[in-house]
Design a protein around this ligand. Structure first.
Ligand code: SF4
Ligand code: SF4
Length: 146
């Protein structure tokens, strides 16, 4: 049995919690929410600190200094973060699902995740180069497998 199956989310160590992140980068995409319907739309306009190849944050340890709006995902707020993609490990576990077969904790690398089309790898544009974010609405971040 693995720790994400054996333990409740609030029982995880900080290292275990951090390791749950698959590094897909989808939470770093700009999102739009319809004021009237509250429907969520993802865009391919990524935070300027996101590395589109590794799908990692270029300044992760000090990211709040550069992007104050960046949100730390915790066991206390994960249920409220409705904009997290369905494939997000934190969202999945919080909803009683388990990790997918492509997750790096299971496969040992990000390769299967990239191959399954789950990550943002090679699919984004730096938000600073975007003129009208409404032209950048995309559906691929909705993809969730397993
Ligand atoms: S969406 Fe979830 S699993 Fe993917 S990078 Fe963001 S926090 Fe990690
Ligand atoms: S600061 Fe880093 S972690 Fe936060 S949204 Fe931007 S790229 Fe993602």
């Amino acid at each position: 049995m693995s720790f994400w199956i054996e333990k409740k989310l609030h029982e995880l160590t900080t290292v275990q919690w951090e390791s749950l992140c698959d590094g897909c980068g989808k939470c770093c995409l700009n999102k739009l929410i319809d004021d009237e319907t509250e429907e969520l739309y993802y865009t391919d306009a990524a935070c300027h600190l996101l590395d589109d190849e590794s799908c990692n944050c270029r300044r992760y340890p000090e990211r709040f200094k550069y992007v104050p709006a960046c949100t730390a995902i915790t066991v206390d707020n994960v249920a409220e973060l409705t904009w997290l993609p369905d494939s997000c490990a934190y969202k999945r576990l919080n909803e009683g699902r388990t990790l997918p077969s492509w997750h790096p904790l299971i496969t040992g690398s990000k390769d299967a995740m990239h191959a399954a089309g789950i990550s943002v790898k090679g699919k984004t544009i730096n938000e600073k180069r975007v003129r009208d974010v409404f032209d950048h609405i995309v559906l691929w971040p909705l993809k969730d497998i397993d």
